[in-house]
Design a protein around this ligand. Structure first.
Ligand SMILES: Nc1ncnc2c1ncn2[C@@H]1O[C@H](COP(=O)(O)OP(=O)(O)OP(=O)(O)O)[C@@H](O)[C@H]1O
Ligand SMILES: [Mg+2]
Length: 510
């Protein structure tokens, strides 16, 4: 018989009256990659947090290597050989990579922290697993993808045998995902066992041995992955068939809404990241920005939304000079923004969901009157958005951090789309969303376009870019490398442009 390294029996977890996990069964075999699949809010992270020692079950039993255990703290979990890479990073922004990795596990030498040794160990580990990070960089200065790599290194550094990855690929680029998949395979060959949470069905099919599906807190079934199609998996998860292709009419582009001319923007360390970029977005079109992470897309979006200073060049929104405006002033020009990092820039986690929904408009009628907040209206508005965008959770009065990752993302999109902005800038909008939610969000973005709005879509998902965009601008090294027609291009050609190669002919600069 195959050995179970983890067995969860009849696990139930309640938050107040809300049942997040309802008698869930899950077992992990030694050396397997076991995928956990379920809609946003189904209860996956909650279940895993009980293995990580962050939550305790209301009822049910957990066995690790055949022994009944109580995992009442993260250090207990770590002692049992369990390591979790969390959906939302648990890193200290002001610390370096090395400091974060050794935090709570410091190598003391005569009472002195041996940072140099740790930094060297981490460098070796990162080379061994192709997880490139700079051990001495500060967390606040590195990309989201690099932060994820730090989280992975952290569990490896502690020598965990049972690894839990909670949506590790949501923030990675396609080539990083490939690498991670190879790393996971390698880890299981070495005898480690992995639980992988992902919404990307092709990833499950590529690496997982078995998959357990949970729906609204209940485990539905566990099946072998071999022989199942993405359609099968989607249906098991959502309980209905899901369309993977977005229907849309041809675009009817109108006047220019956003005009960017020769823009130069520095990154955090004062080096230009956007290097003389020009681009126009018209009403009635979705313009997709494709590119490899770190080619200036983050800084570009931050500059357009007033979150980062423009060094030189010009930004115009609806004919108004917006080069020097503040974030609030830009919002007031009818600009909506779904940021790439939902925790850093999107939500105030300790505020209620309803308050978060009012973040951009609370100072206006009807949410406040003569400077006084009208909480009835704010809460009513939060409830309305929860219904309309299918944001699942207990209710609108729960703090944002009490919502699942995907539902937090849906909430930000709801807030920004519902304001009906003339220019909607969305960065990685469907990151962490389940297939059903993606289908819905894509429909809403196309609806905005059809209403004559300009939509700027920044995404690492080439399928998303190809499916939604009316024009695709490829960004490379801080500039637009070429603009192509999605109907007449393919992933290969995009890949070439993204790598800085030139493509000649009529396809470019449509
Ligand atoms: N601390 C909490 N207080 C109240 N409700 C909570 C809390 N933590 C989680 N929940 C609720 O439990 C449910 C399950 O959340 P969980 O984060 O496990 O979902 P998930 O399957 O990981 O979803 P996603 O794919 O979006 O990450 C959600 O509806 C969430 O709102
Ligand atoms: Mg989750």
């Amino acid at each position: 018989m195959t050995q179970n390294v983890i067995e969860m029996r009849d696990i139930t977890k309640q938050f107040g009256d809300f049942v997040a996990n309802d008698h869930i069964k899950l077992n992990l075999r030694k050396g397997e990659i076991h995928a956990l699949l379920g809609e946003n809010g189904a209860g996956k992270s909650t279940l895993m947090n009980m293995l990580a020692g962050l939550l305790e079950p209301t009822s049910g039993e957990i066995f690790v290597n055949g022994q009944a255990v109580t995992i009442d703290s993260p250090s207990k979990s770590s002692q049992l050989g369990i390591g979790m890479v969390h959906q939302h990073f648990m890193l200290v922004e002001a610390f370096t990579v090395t400091e974060n990795i050794i935090l709570g596990n410091e190598v003391l030498k005569k009472g002195v922290l041996n940072l140099k040794k740790a930094s060297q160990d981490i460098k070796e580990l990162s080379e061994q697993y192709h997880l490139s990070v700079d051990p001495d960089a500060k967390i606040s200065d590195i990309s989201v993808g690099a932060q994820q790599r730090v989280e992975i290194l952290k569990t490896l550094y502690r020598g965990a045998d049972i690894l839990i990855f909670d949506e590790p690929t949501a923030v990675l680029t396609p080539s990083e995902i490939k690498e991670l998949m190879a790393i996971m395979k390698k880890l299981t060959k070495e005898g480690k066992s992995i639980i992988l949470i992902t919404h990307k069905l092709d990833e499950i099919r590529a690496v997982a041995d078995r998959v357990t599906v949970i729906r609204r807190g209940k485990s539905i079934e566990t099946v072998e992955v071999a022989g199942t199609t993405s359609q099968d998996l989607a249906e098991m998860m959502v309980g209905r068939s899901v369309s993977f292709k977005t229907e849309k009419k041809p675009a009817q582009p109108q006047g220019v809404i956003l005009s960017i001319e020769n823009l130069v923007v520095d990154e955090n360390r004062g080096i230009p990241a956007v290097k003389g970029l020009s681009l126009e977005a018209r009403g009635g079109e979705i313009i997709g920005i494709a590119g490899i992470d770190g080619n200036g897309q983050t800084e570009l979006v931050e500059a357009i939304t007033g979150l980062r200073k423009v060094k030189s060049g010009k930004l115009e929104i609806k004919g108004k000079d917006a080069t020097k405006l503040s974030a609030r002033q830009i919002t007031e020009l009818s600009v909506g923004h779904v940021p790439e990092d939902r925790h850093r820039d999107g939500l105030v986690l300790d505020m209620t969901l309803a308050e978060n929904m009012a973040l951009q408009t609370y100072y206006k009628k009807p949410l406040s009157q003569q400077g006084i907040l009208n909480y009835n209206k704010i809460n009513e508005y939060g409830r309305k958005l929860m219904g309309e965008f299918d944001i699942r959770g207990a209710n609108e009065l729960v703090a944002a951090k009490g919502f699942s990752g995907g539902n937090q993302q849906k909430a930000i999109i709801a807030r920004e789309v519902d304001r009906d902005p003339d220019l909607l800038i969305v960065s990685q909008p469907t990151r962490g969303l389940d297939v059903g939610a993606i289908e819905y969000i894509h429909k809403r973005l196309i609806e905005e376009r059809d209403k004559g709005k300009a939509v700027l879509l920044v995404s690492f998902e080439l399928d998303e870019i190809l499916n939604l965009s009316d024009r695709i601008a490829v960004i490379y090294d801080g500039k637009i490398q070429g603009i192509v027609d999605p109907e007449r291009t393919n992933k290969q050609e995009l890949g070439m442009l993204m790598a800085g190669e030139e493509i000649k002919g009529e396809k470019v600069n449509v």
